[in-house]
Design a protein around this ligand. Structure first.
Ligand SMILES: CC(=O)OP(=O)(O)O
Length: 586
């Protein structure tokens, strides 16, 4: 005899068969059947009650970013559905698979202006790669299966809307999901003529460099080999931080607003960019516009999207780099390569000179120095949006098997706390840190209660500078306008979050931070460390005045004073040094 099962139980069964371990959500009357199914299947799937739907959707997105596997969230009809949009846009923008199960009022009340009723499909149209409302209970398991496959295949958000009565209805328990249909795709190999064209451009270039993104995440060895063989400095997108260890001498970090100085300088001095698996919208502004480009991507619509290229290689980045390496000849170091390495050393020494600074309020360098010494080789960092990205990018030395996630292209504040919940649930044996500004933390701080409810030992660090620093810097440096709307009131975060169940500390100095981090090891509760940070902005690498050979001397003096940049030298200084060395050798 065929067994029966409720529609919602069938939905959960399909998720379990796909290997989904954690499902985030907040109950509502329209999703009673899902709560009932969660109760029935609590030994098979772990339900996490978040305190805001947006946080649940961000946690699902972070699950996908950190693990590569689909993240799942559910939300009730009406407000529950609308609240989760922000997290779904984060998943869409960073191209990760998320399934959102959204409740709808019973079919008999749909289209009748019923309580919490709204036409849900249109609001998800823009964010979703697949967006459907179930019409029968029997279709629910197959539609769940389809939602997961679509999310994986199209690297985005699939939304399945479930009217309340369908979730309760009994259906035949016969559905077998197609879990084996998701296989690692085999990407094209590069065409030999493209490899030849690429090699020719590398041979002809005077100052070639590599610019890579997360599309090169499996090609770390090839990137380093190409850098060494062809003497090309490496620059990445921000999200690609961690693919190459930060202490690799020819890796200059990212480029763009969050970038360290060498990463933002080198692109304007290159004549050839080997552009591997990156699609950053700002890319077009970050390089010499006359430089030639060899672009490698697995998606043909990305080829030539961000700027004109000279060689398009529709291929897997690892295979394409390997083919170029095999076909190309070793090069002698260019002036740019030597200068870039010296520039990185100067920058690193400059940053290191503040590690033990006793300036008050405390600078970020001493605090990040403590973090670098505390975080294990397997640490996971959930990083919010704001100045914290700049400090994380420049000051955390990623190495080993460390992982991290942020809200990249969508850049929503409030990302870190929910993402840290996902990180700790997916990697319970690893040390997990959430890093936020005081603005970002305030947005979804209620999730400290979720961490406490599930005994998640996350170390949450708030960098309290009493401003939306990133925006303050934009108003100052980009648009040169009077500051407006960026100031934030100082708040006693330790008191507030202690009331939510965290073990808390307020930190004013490096020594305080060391003590807090050590002490925090004694508890298995969530920890909140409120660092009362300097209001000084991180050095802007997009509007630098440090080069007296062509910049106004007064402006240089003002800039150097503002950012304590006395020991920083411009890339042009190291280019001159490399040129002189070359002349002496010849
Ligand atoms: C966004 C925020 O909290 O502020 P800051 O940019 O200073 O980190």
């Amino acid at each position: 005899m065929v067994e029966t099962i409720s529609g919602s139980d069938a939905v959960l069964k399909v998720l379990e068969q796909w290997g989904v371990k954690n499902i985030y959500g907040l109950p509502g009357g329209s999703f009673d059947s899902t709560m009932n199914a969660i109760h029935n299947q609590k030994n098979e799937i772990n339900y996490i009650q978040v305190r805001h739907e947006e946080a649940g959707a961000i946690a699902a997105a972070a699950t996908a970013k950190l693990t590569g596997k689909v993240g799942v969230y559910f939300g009730s009809a009406g407000p529950g559905a609308v609240h989760l949009l922000n997290g779904l846009y984060d998943a869409k923008s960073d191209g990760v698979p998320v399934v959102a199960l959204v409740a709808q009022v019973p079919t008999s009340n749909m289209n009748m202006d019923f309580f919490q009723a709204m036409d849900e499909e249109p609001i998800f149209d823009d964010v979703a790669v697949w967006n459907r409302t179930a019409m029968t209970a029997q279709s629910l398991p197959q539609m769940t299966d389809e939602a997961i496959r679509q999310a994986y295949m199209k690297h985005g958000v699939a939304v399945l809307t479930i009217p309340k009565d369908l979730g309760w209805a009994d259906i035949k328990d016969t559905y077998e999901p197609n879990v084996k249909s998701h296989q690692t795709p085999i990407y094209p190999s590069p065409r030999p003529e493209d490899v030849q064209d690429a090699v020719k451009l590398i041979n002809e270039a005077k100052s070639p460099m590599i610019y890579f993104g997360i599309g090169a995440k499996d090609a770390a060895d090839e990137l380093k080999e190409a850098s060494e063989k062809f003497k090309m400095p490496l620059v990445s997108s921000f999200l690609a931080k961690g693919i190459i260890p930060d202490d690799y001498p020819a890796y200059l970090g990212s480029t763009g607003r969050v970038a360290p100085k060498p990463g933002s300088e080198v692109g304007f001095n290159t004549d050839l960019i080997l552009w591997v698996g990156t699609n950053v919208p700002f890319s077009v502004f970050l390089f010499n516009k006359h430089a030639k480009v060899i672009q490698i991507d697995i998606q043909s619509e990305k080829l030539g999207k961000r700027r004109h290229n000279d060689v398009s290689m529709l291929a897997d980045s690892k295979a394409a780099l390997r083919a170029i390496l095999d076909a190309g000849e070793s090069r002698e170091p260019s002036d740019l390569y030597e200068a870039a390495i010296a520039d990185k050393k100067n920058w690193t020494d400059w940053q290191d000179s503040f590690k033990d600074s006793d300036e008050m309020p405390v600078r970020p360098e001493p605090i990040f120095d403590v973090l670098n010494h505390t975080a294990s080789d397997k640490a996971v960092f959930a990083v919010d949006v704001g100045n914290v990205d700049i400090n994380f990018e420049r000051l955390i030395n990623m190495h080993g098997d460390q992982k991290w996630a942020t809200s990249g292209i969508y850049a929503t504040m409030g990302f870190a706390l929910p993402a840290s919940i996902a990180a700790k649930l997916e990697y319970p044996d690893r040390d997990v840190y959430s890093l936020s500004g005081d603005g970002g933390f305030a947005m979804l701080m209620e999730e400290v209660m979720t961490q406490a409810k599930y005994n998640l030992h996350v170390v949450n660090i708030i960098f309290t500078n009493e401003t939306l620093g990133f925006i303050e810097a934009e108003q100052t440096d980009d648009t040169n306008q009077p500051l407006e709307g960026v100031d934030l009131p100082d708040t006693n975060w330790a008191e507030v979050t202690k009331g939510m169940g965290a073990v808390t500390y307020t930190v004013h100095t490096k020594e305080d931070m060391q003590k807090a981090i050590e002490d925090a090891k004694q508890t298995d509760k969530p920890v909140v460390i409120d660092v009362k940070l300097t209001h000084k902005m991180p050095l802007t690498t997009q509007h630098m005045f440090i080069d007296t050979s062509w910049q106004d001397k007064d402006k240089v003096a003002e800039f150097v004073k503002k950012y304590d940049a006395q020991d920083l030298k411009p890339l042009s200084y190291f280019l001159k040094e490399a040129k002189n060395k070359e002349l002496q050798t010849n």
